[in-house]
Design a protein around this ligand. Structure first.
Ligand SMILES: NC(=O)c1ccc[n+]([C@@H]2O[C@H](COP(=O)([O-])OP(=O)(O)OC[C@H]3O[C@@H](n4cnc5c(N)ncnc54)[C@H](OP(=O)(O)O)[C@@H]3O)[C@@H](O)[C@H]2O)c1
Length: 311
């Protein structure tokens, strides 16, 4: 997975949800810091070599993209050196017209001719149908508006169907993996992507620092053994699987800590223990893999983890 200027993507990418405040178009904006904090953190991340992100127009009610653009201008990094995935999330997009506006706005706000990839979720395909979404994505290739396409929160069947349609233009799948939540690992999502040569990008790998707060015995043991933080052990393990986590941070100390997590190795045995770990007394709800509304969404699964652990 390379930028237009032919640079490999960094091991860890920049999480953009939260930049300019948390909130999709249907959610109130919360936790908003001063814009300068975000711009400074983004410039810092870009200058340190973090060169990929995924961004949606709905993130921060549009603030995320606008601030990213300002940070890019202020940095010494060129547009062609960044791999931008423009994400189309179902919750922000009530109609095909709004999807088309969203794509046009991405190009306009970023002042760019192209997205490196255009991401859709499996739920977007379910909502609008392959017969609507596939031609739309093909038209982006025809018009030179995107270099690749990506998928998110899909099951192995959906990933295979997308591969059949887009072949080598299908560059990445964005899925969740954290220390506690292994639903996609157990469903074979990452393995399917590896087999099909589709890059596994991992979202919310630190569960917004909630994992570190759990004080897990295994993380504690490995953190002490390698003299690292709990978050560093998690990111290092995810990178060891050749997946690329994306982390959001507006804090330079955390950004340094996250980048440094790629700079050490653990023993094969310790990596295996991380991969094999499953939380005890955790009873996850059924996942809504194929039919919206039947079970929990993957996003809910992550935020609800603590509510499904019995003592
Ligand atoms: N495809 C999808 O469906 C989907 C869904 C959700 C998210 N995403 C993407 O994935 C990205 C990452 O997920 P996320 O932002 O939800 O969660 P995350 O990256 O796991 O966590 C971000 C939070 O953790 C804190 N943090 C980061 N590094 C830290 C460290 N070393 N020590 C302590 N705290 C640290 C940050 O606060 P500070 O600012 O204080 O560092 C921030 O509040 C998003 O930004 C978004 O781009 C995609």
């Amino acid at each position: 997975m390379k930028t237009l200027s032919n640079k490999n993507i960094s091991k860890i990418g920049i999480g953009s949800y939260g930049i300019g405040g948390r909130g999709h178009r249907d959610l109130k904006l919360t936790e908003k810091l001063d814009d300068e904090n975000y711009i400074a953190a983004l410039v810092y991340s870009l200058e340190k070599g973090m060169n990929f992100t995924e961004i949606a127009l709905g993130y921060g009610h549009g603030n995320s993209l606008a601030l990213f653009k300002q940070a890019l201008e202020r940095s010494s990094i060129d547009r062609e050196d960044i791999f931008f995935t423009h994400s189309l999330y179902t919750r922000d997009l009530p109609s095909l017209e709004v999807i088309k506006e969203d794509i046009a706005d991405f190009h306009k706000v970023m002042a760019t001719d192209y997205a490196d990839s255009t991401l859709i979720t499996q739920s977007l395909i379910m909502k609008f149908g392959e017969e609507t979404i596939y031609p739309l994505l093909h038209s982006l290739f025809d018009d030179g508006k995107t270099r690749y396409v990506s998928l998110s929160n899909a099951n192995p069947k959906g990933i295979r169907a997308f591969k059949k349609e887009f072949n080598d233009k299908f560059i990445a799948h964005e899925g969740h993996l954290s220390f506690e939540i292994r639903a996609l690992q157990d469903k074979g999502v990452f393995k399917t992507c590896d087999e099909l040569n589709v890059r596994n990008i991992i979202w919310r790998p630190l569960r917004r620092n909630q994992t570190a707060k759990q004080n897990w015995e295994l993380l504690d043991e490995l953190a002490k053994k390698y003299n690292k933080t709990h978050n560093q052990i998690v990111l290092n393990w995810i990178c060891s699987l050749r997946y690329n986590p994306m982390v959001m941070s507006a804090n330079k100390k955390h950004i340094d800590e996250n980048i440094a997590s790629t700079e050490f190795h653990m023993s094969d045995d310790d990596y295996q223990r991380m991969t094999d770990f499953r939380p005890k007394n955790y009873h996850p709800p059924k996942i809504d893999w194929e039919s919206p509304g039947v079970g929990s969404s993957i996003v809910t699964l992550i935020s609800d983890f603590e509510n499904h652990v019995s003592q």
